[in-house]
Write a protein that binds this ligand. Sequence first.
Ligand code: NAP
Length: 301
Amino acid sequence: MRSLYAIIGHPVGHSLSPRFQQAALDNAGIDAAYLPFDIPPEDLSRGVEALRTLKASGFNVTIPHKEAILPLLDDLSPTAREIGAVNTVIARDGRLTGENTDGPGFLGAMERFLAANGLSTPSSVVIFGAGGSAKAVLWALPKLGAERILIVNRTKKRGEDLLGLLPTGKIRVQAAALDDPEWRTELPRASPSLFVNTLSLSAYTGSAHPFPPLAEMLLDGAILYDLSYASHRPGSALLAGRTPFLEAGAPFRLPCQNGLGMLLLQGALSFELWTGQGAPVEAMESALKEGTRQKEFWKTL
Ligand SMILES: NC(=O)c1ccc[n+]([C@@H]2O[C@H](COP(=O)([O-])OP(=O)(O)OC[C@H]3O[C@@H](n4cnc5c(N)ncnc54)[C@H](OP(=O)(O)O)[C@@H]3O)[C@@H](O)[C@H]2O)c1
């Protein structure tokens, strides 16, 4: 019987996962379909039960369900528990286990990006955003060697709630509100070597000015990394791989990349967890390149 894999989210139509996960299944000769299901928050519980009933072999979880799904699952992996968010669910013997491959995906993509461009390990990092993906980034940053982290978010409380996720003692971590001018004036002293954007695109749509205002804060030698890989101007920036965040940084000619490399690596890890076999990463990367027309995932854009 044909197996079922899926991605659930709201909205989910923009997701590239069906494209490259289906390519992976086909390349591996696995008789399976990978389908997107748009499930609004109020239907999440029934949606998960429906996937149980349909005996889905596994599924991905995207915005806005990554944290809300936790109590609906039977087990959590140590990584999912540590991060507090799930992007991959594995179904085995009638039980649903939540895993998080976003953290390892970000870590792997950053390591590859730094190596491909001959860049040093960043020690001081600014993260914009405090949602589910910021948690995954926070999990990865100490493993990357970060020693100092500033979380900047619209809702300061949400950033503060993340401080406890990091191992105590070793890392200096602070949270600030996006509209608080103080952290911007303090920034040069921290001399950040990496800015990671995890704000959703809605933070940029309708904004006449680059947001956050990178021009004010960019410093020599910094790296820009955006988890998003889409543009709010269809057709234009996506061709060059430049998200609104990266576009704002373009005049400064800093090393930069978007989230396609992370997307690829988190998806490859999900595939391996579901199937128990190595992911056909090249086939997945080709499918993603075809879908986005972006040619380079690892070198600076
Ligand atoms: N490349 C990948 O593999 C990958 C993996 C995961 C996620 N992502 C991308 O990462 C982004 C965030 O995902 P997520 O799961 O972290 O989302 P999320 O949990 O919904 O968090 C969204 C973040 O954006 C902020 N935000 C939303 N609208 C805003 C606005 N109008 N003004 C200012 N801030 C605003 C939120 O601030 P508040 O806390 O104040 O609401 C929050 O910090 C998405 O674009 C997603 O596609 C990419």
